[in-house]
Design a protein. Structure first.
Ligand SMILES: C[S@@+](CC[C@H](N)C(=O)[O-])C[C@H]1O[C@@H](n2cnc3c(N)ncnc32)[C@H](O)[C@@H]1O
Length: 373
């Protein structure tokens, strides 16, 4: 193989992989999972990480405080960083456990067959009882079986718990693939009404069968990563108290309080499945409404900045339709950090009206000065 001079390390004579090539490769691998998590940053991985490089941010550990579908956490894991991945929703935590924290275990078709076919000892029939408008009886029964079997075999039995998380994460991706038809999400359409979804040409009038799920895993030789399932404030308090956990960079991608930022509401069907609790029992819980309403957003945002103080570099994602203008947000951050820079990227939104299809995504990098190369 002949390497171009740009790829040669002149000190060692070996080949080096330029960050660009590594990042493109990481993005390609992540885009294979088809996780259309609302507000995900999959298409911005390159922009965000190369901007941090351009800003000369030196970091080996990163906290992804609002990890969502896990795309940024996964990218950093694959780039060899030590990642702390947090989200309030169990729906998101399952992705972080399966794909980010788990480095050791893969998943096989047999694992999936076991949870689809075994008769569980205890079955709450939760989906069958609560979501007849979203799932046909056979579909709901399959979901109930899968959930109960994962608990019995992998979470309280002798099966490896990460395989349990891999099953839940992959089944979730499959359900979303089948049931999410896009559009505005004011009526929980992440999981469309069953008749509506059957009419969609993509589904060929076929019911869900979780045995058809694609099986993804991201096992490999990576740094130890950690998945947390807390309100953002509690997570920051917890990490501050765990003094052995040094974190160089915080990536903050909260709900923007714009259109479609009520995540507990949008993902309630899957969240209730994972909690085995009706939505009304958990949706008003601590943290669920912190970053939804414009009128209370600023106070919570400032409180979060205070709690972030122990992490030297912060990177925030916002867009041009967030709770405040980008100038206002920067003004609030500036008193907390020495250097604050703003970068903008064009972004294509699927849910915006045609004339507003393209939008601007911002990355605000705020550095105390201790985290530079
Ligand atoms: C914009 S999304 C993050 C998208 C993510 N970066 C991705 O690439 O998929 C915001 C996330 O914040 C989470 N969230 C909302 N309120 C929270 C809170 N109080 N604490 C922690 N996470 C919260 C939501 O569940 C949602 O997953």
């Amino acid at each position: 193989m002949i390497y171009s001079p740009a790829l040669l390390d002149f000190d060692t004579g070996g080949c080096i992989e330029p960050m660009d090539a590594e990042l493109v490769d990481v993005m390609r691998k992540i885009s294979c999972t088809h996780n259309p998590f609302i507000g995900n940053k999959r298409t911005l991985i390159y922009d965000i990480i190369s901007t941090l490089d351009h800003e000369q941010v030196e970091y080996s550990s990163v906290l992804d405080l609002f990890s969502g579908g896990g795309s940024m956490s996964l990218a950093w894991k694959m780039l060899g960083k030590q990642v702390f991945s947090n989200d309030l929703l169990k729906t998101c935590h399952v992705y972080a456990k399966a794909f980010v924290e788990n480095c050791q275990y893969g998943i096989t078709k047999q694992d999936l067959e076991l949870v689809c076919q075994r008769e569980p000892v205890q079955n709450n029939h939760f989906m069958e009882q609560h979501y007849p408008e979203r799932f046909f009886v056979e579909e709901a029964r399959q979901l109930d079986k899968i959930f109960s079997n994962v608990q019995e075999v992998y979470f309280s039995g002798s099966g490896e718990q990460y395989v349990g998380y891999l099953i839940l994460a992959n089944v979730q991706l499959y359900i979303i693939h089948y049931c999410y038809l896009g559009g505005r999400l004011s009526k929980r359409q992440i999981i469309a009404q069953k008749e509506h979804r059957m009419e969609n040409v993509r589904n060929h009038g076929k019911q869900l069968n979780c045995l058809d799920s694609y099986l993804y895993d991201f096992a490999g030789k990576y740094n130890q990563c950690t998945a947390l399932n807390m309100d953002a404030f509690d997570c920051l308090d917890f990490l501050l108290d765990s003094r052995d956990k040094k974190i160089d960079l915080a990536y903050i991608d909260p709900p923007y309080a714009g259109q479609q930022s009520n995540y507990p509401w949008m993902y309630q069907v899957l969240e209730s499945w994972l909690r085995q609790e009706e939505t009304a029992k958990w949706i008003d819980g601590p943290g669920m409404k912190k970053f939804i309403y414009r009128r209370t957003y600023k106070d919570n945002f400032v409180e979060m900045l205070k709690k972030l103080d122990f992490i030297p570099v912060w990177a925030f994602s916002y867009n041009d339709q967030s709770w405040a203008s980008i100038e206002e947000i920067v003004k609030i951050i500036e008193p907390f950090r020495k250097h604050v820079s703003v970068y903008s990227f064009r972004h294509r939104y699927n849910y915006r009206k045609v004339e507003k299809h393209d939008g601007i995504e911002y990355l605000i990098v705020a550095n105390s000065g201790q985290g530079q190369k």
